[in-house]
Design a protein. Structure first.
Length: 259
């Protein structure tokens, strides 16, 4: 039995981490199941956007499974950390946009998973944090690397060294999330964003994400080189021909077989 529920409709895949009795905490099995589910969606031509959320109304992912971690030595911790980093890199490197629908606690590994997603939408009841130092450890799934890139170095230093949790409204203020909505509007808001994305060329979306990802942190010169290379390679493709022709002919482009 998988810990991930998958629902695919209208080119949108909703992946639900389904371990509500443990606030969707991540252990080795849950990590492996999520990796498998994300890979399946990436490979599925019928999927254009992935929405990732947690079961229940209390937690997106409350963190890693502390009971499992308690028995870890350095060797086991290294393996678990590498598993988590592989998972978050898979999400971050997905050619299809991944939207985090954060419906409650996103703490520790949960916050790290949300930061690996391309877009974050939070319920008004969501709470974010990297509280690992309270346990005598540190974020191991990318928190020390992604949080400074999203919210600035100073704020990341504070949140990671204090372990302080932040509300959805504060997360929006510091740039950790894109949108904050009432709980009953969370999935609909994510679907609305997904629908806007799905109007556009799949290959153009994938290459745009690659430009952003590969250019971020490099010099402007290197970033521009990556951008113009991928920009030029789109020309002459069936997708670009359709998009450009549709504009000239004043009609909607048919990128996914849509009318």
């Amino acid at each position: 039995m998988s810990f991930i529920l998958t629902d695919i409709s209208n080119h949108i895949a909703i992946l639900t981490i389904n371990r509500p009795e443990a606030l969707n905490a991540m252990n080795n099995m849950v990590v492996a199941d999520l990796v498998s589910a994300v890979k399946s969606c990436i490979d599925d031509e019928n999927v254009g956007v992935i929405i990732l959320t947690g079961a229940g109304d209390k937690a997106f992912v409350a963190g890693a499974d502390i009971k499992q971690m308690q028995s870890n030595g350095p060797k086991e911790a290294l393996t678990f950390g590498q598993m988590g980093q592989h998972m978050t890199l898979l999400i971050e490197n997905s050619p299809k946009p991944v939207i985090a629908a954060v419906n409650g606690f996103a703490l520790g590994g949960g916050c790290e998973i949300s930061m690996a997603c391309h877009i974050r939408v939070a319920s008004e009841t969501a709470t974010f944090g990297q509280p690992e130092v309270l346990l005598g450890i540190l974020p191991g799934w990318g928190g020390t690397q992604r949080l400074p890139r999203l919210v600035s170095l100073g704020i990341a230093n504070e949140l990671i060294t204090t372990g302080r949790m932040v509300s959805a409204s504060e997360a929006k203020l510091i740039g950790l999330v894109n949108h904050v909505v009432p709980p009953n509007e969370l999935i609909d808001k994510c679907k609305e964003i997904a629908a806007q994305i799905l109007k556009n060329g799949p290959n153009a979306i994938a290459k745009s994400l690659a430009c952003i990802r590969e250019g971020f942190g490099t010099s402007i010169k290197e970033g521009l080189k990556i951008e113009v290379d991928l920009f030029s390679k789109l020309f002459g493709t069936e997708e670009a021909n359709e998009g450009l022709s549709a504009f000239v002919e004043k009609r909607k482009p048919k990128f996914r077989g849509n009318a």
